[in-house]
Design a protein around this ligand. Structure first.
Ligand SMILES: [Zn+2]
Length: 415
């Protein structure tokens, strides 16, 4: 027996829960939702996301078939062709997943002195149904078939039909689907969050599909604001076919989850006012093409994005003679900045070792560091030191003053 994270009861039977609905290309599975809640979530919560007009468009363009093994048709309904007001058109999906316009059959009558003129308009694919339609018309008019006057058949094709129609877009109910994703991601990542008062309320909202309380939590952005991710774009490749979930905890805002579902929704969920491990930063990456999901934690993320930097130093010399001597050292094949256990120790002017390392000095001035992308893949960050910082270089263990360090990342690759 374990506790279900939705109904919060102790249950025997659990099943595979897709945190992001599989119809949207979700590959994040958890096993902490009971079988009953799982199907309940599918029919009352996930459905709002999956059947959203935006999702239907995307599933159609990405060819995501979902449970029914059918592509959704976001263009379902009756449309019109520009300039042909009497024609009604449907957009159908053929076997190859292509959209095909289909003219809905129409029959028009005109009473003449010597009978009734009938004009029938059908789609070219319905040509073989013409005689059947005509039979029906004769029956309806209660006249023998021979009395119907048919104008000559004409086939017309419109090369680039401009089809007009209307849609209804849900701006509200889909948010419950986003709340579920954020909640499940948080509980799965921070187990103690499950006992948070806010988590208890969110589980209740999801269980009852209570839309009236959803916006209390799904309250960062309207749901469609991609610029919520502008500060994360240097890490995350949001143009790729991926969904991103970003869980972060900070002193000011508590625990929140930003989510970016590829070309669909971008929203932030306030999960708690409480603070969880400070600077907690976890990114969930759902790769639609690779059919995979993984979580990346804080520092791992920047390591993966930037790799190990090459450090370039800016030195200061008191006179030209010192500069010349240093340049000679630099020519030596044994030239190096001295490191101890992978860290560069720093010294004062007299050569006394300081408590800190160069890295710590850089971190201390990090808020004032200047960073820029030289290209898509090249990134540099410059740290200027206001106080005197010395390092030792080989050969000879010479003391030199460093006024700035430039970190060069030459192979930046976004997640
Ligand atoms: Zn349950």
């Amino acid at each position: 027996m374990k506790q279900c994270i939705i109904c919060r009861k102790f249950k025997e039977a659990f099943s595979d829960e897709h945190v992001i609905p599989d119809a949207l290309g979700g590959y994040y599975h958890i096993y902490s939702v009971c079988t009953q809640c799982n199907s309940r979530m599918g029919s009352t919560v996930d459905v709002k996301l999956v059947n959203h007009k935006f999702s239907e468009f995307q599933r159609f363009t990405l060819g995501l078939k979902g449970k029914s093994k059918k592509l959704p048709n976001p263009f379902i309904g009756i449309h019109r062709i520009d300039g042909e007001e009497s024609r009604r058109v449907q957009l159908r999906i053929d076997g190859d997943g292509k959209l095909v316009p289909y003219v809905v059959p129409t029959v028009e009558y005109e009473k003449l002195d010597d009978g009734t003129r009938v004009s029938i308009c059908v789609d070219a694919s319905d040509k073989n149904k013409l005689s059947g339609i005509l039979d029906g018309v004769a029956k309806k008019l209660k006249v023998p078939l021979e009395q119907l006057k048919l104008p000559e058949q004409a086939v017309r094709s419109i090369a680039r039909p401009n089809i007009q129609g209307g849609f209804s877009i849900d701006l509200f109910e889909f948010k419950i689907g986003l709340l579920k994703i954020a909640y499940e991601f948080a509980v799965d990542t921070i187990p103690e969050y499950f006992h948070d008062d806010a988590a208890v309320e969110i589980a209740e909202i999801l269980f009852h599909a209570d839309h009236s309380r959803v916006e209390k939590y799904v309250n960062i952005g309207s749901g469609f604001e991609r610029n919520l991710f502008s500060s994360l774009e240097k890490y995350l490749d949001i143009a790729k076919k991926k969904h991103f979930l970003v869980l972060c905890s900070h002193r000011a805002g508590g625990l929140s989850c930003l989510m970016h579902l590829h070309q669909l929704f971008a929203v932030g969920v306030s999960l708690s006012k409480k603070m969880y491990p400070d600077h907690l930063f976890v990114v969930g990456v759902n790769d639609i093409e690779k059919k995979s999901f993984r979580k990346i934690f804080g520092e791992e993320l920047s390591r993966e994005v930037y790799g190990v930097p090459f450090l370039r130093f800016q030195y200061y010399f008191e006179n030209e003679a010192a500069l010349m001597r240093f340049q000679e050292l630099q020519m030596s094949e044994h030239f190096e900045v001295i490191q101890v256990k992978g860290e560069i120790p720093v010294f004062d002017k007299s050569g006394n070792a300081l408590e800190t390392t160069l890295n710590e000095k850089m971190n201390a001035v990090a808020p004032l560091a200047k960073s820029e992308f030289l290209s898509e893949k090249e990134f540099i960050c410059t740290y200027n030191f206001a106080e005197d910082v010395f390092v030792k270089v080989n050969p000879g263990g010479e003391l030199v003053q460093v006024t700035a360090v430039r970190e060069e990342y030459v192979n930046v690759s976004k997640i």
